[in-house]
Design a protein around this ligand. Structure first.
Ligand SMILES: [Zn+2]
Length: 440
């Protein structure tokens, strides 16, 4: 018999779709196996439905699990390694030399560190593009989280052929693994690292495997200038003309867009992963999220890797995303609280192509976050959505379920030995820093 979990007594953020949440006071969420069977007022639950476990959610908010729509999880090992540097020198002089020494074990432990940080911050799903991705898949399967995984493919690097072979192998071995908790994609890194003949080979493989595409697009002004100089068009138009968007595509950043670019993204149902902190810290710019949403583009919220953002906290990303749209347009009504919370949940779930994920409603996958509201910064209780988006912190996360299974219980990680992970991360990060700076 599948497990039956009843979360009861909290402020339940119920309701499907893109609109404001139906926040129910003293609500309940009933979970059977990996799915939600009911979410709403207590009296609406069939009295004959008996749980095998009860979770007391009084003085707590019950939300859909947060979805981090673009990250490089193992880069957590390089957190704080090179800050306050522009994107290209940051990559070329700091990150790539250190990454050249990464081993599969490093990626495994770095990913576990990021999964631990993410779970404790209410993030239940992430989209990761990196390498040694079979080890990332191992970490996902062991910890019980949900993920969209892809091997980053750089066509101009010496190992381009081997990378593509590894990317295809990842899809063949792990797409649909863990009872569907893992989806896999092929990931041509960006237009400036993947020449058209290489992109064509990636697309041929995606066609054969029937898998989606994950990429970086229109991140910096320098990229726009370079692609215009090389191909006479914008990065979005360039990838559209190469046929990339004939495949389900997740595009990170999309900061520098004109009206034509936005129309192309909307027409081709390209999903955008918006990374507000990374875009600010690397001085990339402000993505036109309001225009994308108005055009009907699916947008998810993301942290990018912890080497550029320094943490994997979607509460911080939600606040900055909302504030950037408001201040850049001189419009306090832009990207309201409920909408930014939708981006961080169902928006991300759709962007990653997970069906029936990201809402608390019957039939949806039971990825659920319970926030403890018993803290001074969470009083008084007027509008619960405002409270969660503008006042709550990752540290308020109390309990987390993924696929119906409790992975964080009262702030404690149940599937990760966090002391071991922290020790491994510190030792491995020190070795990488030494080797990356030319040491032995
Ligand atoms: Zn990225």
């Amino acid at each position: 018999m599948p497990s039956r979990v009843l979360i009861e007594g909290g402020w339940v953020f119920a309701g499907e779709g893109d609109g404001p949440f139906d926040v129910v006071e003293d609500g309940v969420v009933a979970v059977e196996g990996e799915r939600i069977v009911y979410a709403g007022p207590r009296e609406g639950l069939d009295p004959a439905w008996q749980p095998t476990r009860r979770i007391d959610a009084r003085d707590k908010a019950v939300l859909p699990g947060l979805v981090n729509a673009h990250t490089h999880h193992a880069m957590s090992l390089l957190r704080g390694y090179a800050d306050d540097v522009p994107l290209m020198p940051w990559l070329e002089q700091h990150i790539w030399p250190a990454e050249a020494h990464l081993t599969g074990d490093d990626v495994y432990w770095g990913t576990l560190l990021a999964i631990a940080e993410s779970l404790l911050a209410g993030v239940t799903t992430f989209a990761d593009m990196y390498f040694f991705m079979d080890r990332v898949a191992q970490a996902v399967l062991e910890t019980g989280v949900r993920a969209h995984l892809s091997r980053g493919l750089i066509g101009v690097a010496p190992g381009a052929d081997r990378a593509l072979a590894e990317g295809k192998e990842l899809v063949a071995n792990f797409h649909g693994a863990g009872e569907g908790r893992i989806r896999c994609a092929l990931a041509p890194h960006a237009p400036y690292t993947c020449p058209p003949p290489y992109v064509a080979r990636v697309l041929e493989a995606a066609e054969a495997l029937g898998c989606p595409i994950h990429t970086h697009l229109a991140e910096t002004r320098a990229e726009i200038e370079q692609i215009r100089a090389q191909y006479g068009k914008s990065p979005i138009r360039h990838f559209a003309d190469l046929g990339v968007f004939r495949h389900e595509t997740l595009a990170a950043h999309c900061v520098h867009l004109d009206a034509d670019d936005i129309a192309i993204l909307a027409e081709n149902r390209v999903a955008v992963a918006h990374n507000p902190i990374s875009n600010c810290k690397l001085a990339s710019g402000i993505a036109p999220v309001s225009e994308l949403l108005a055009a009907g583009v699916t947008v998810g919220l993301a942290s990018d890797g912890a080497a550029s953002t320094n943490h994997l906290d979607l509460f911080e990303e939600m606040r900055l995303a909302a504030n950037l749209q408001k201040v850049s347009r001189y419009d306090a009504t832009a990207l309201p609280a409920w909408q930014v919370l939708r981006l961080a949940t169902v928006g991300g779930a759709r962007a990653l192509g997970f069906d029936r994920l990201g809402c608390l409603a019957p039939g949806y996958l039971a990825d659920i976050v319970i926030l403890d509201l018993r803290a001074p910064h969470l009083w008084p209780r007027h509008d619960l959505t405002s409270l969660v988006v503008y006042s709550a912190k990752a540290a308020d996360v109390d309990t987390v379920l993924v696929h119906g299974r409790v992975l964080v219980d009262g702030g404690e990680l149940l599937t990760i030995d966090i002391e071991r992970v922290e020790r491994e991360a510190q030792e491995r990060a020190q070795r990488l820093a030494r080797l990356g700076r030319g040491g032995r």
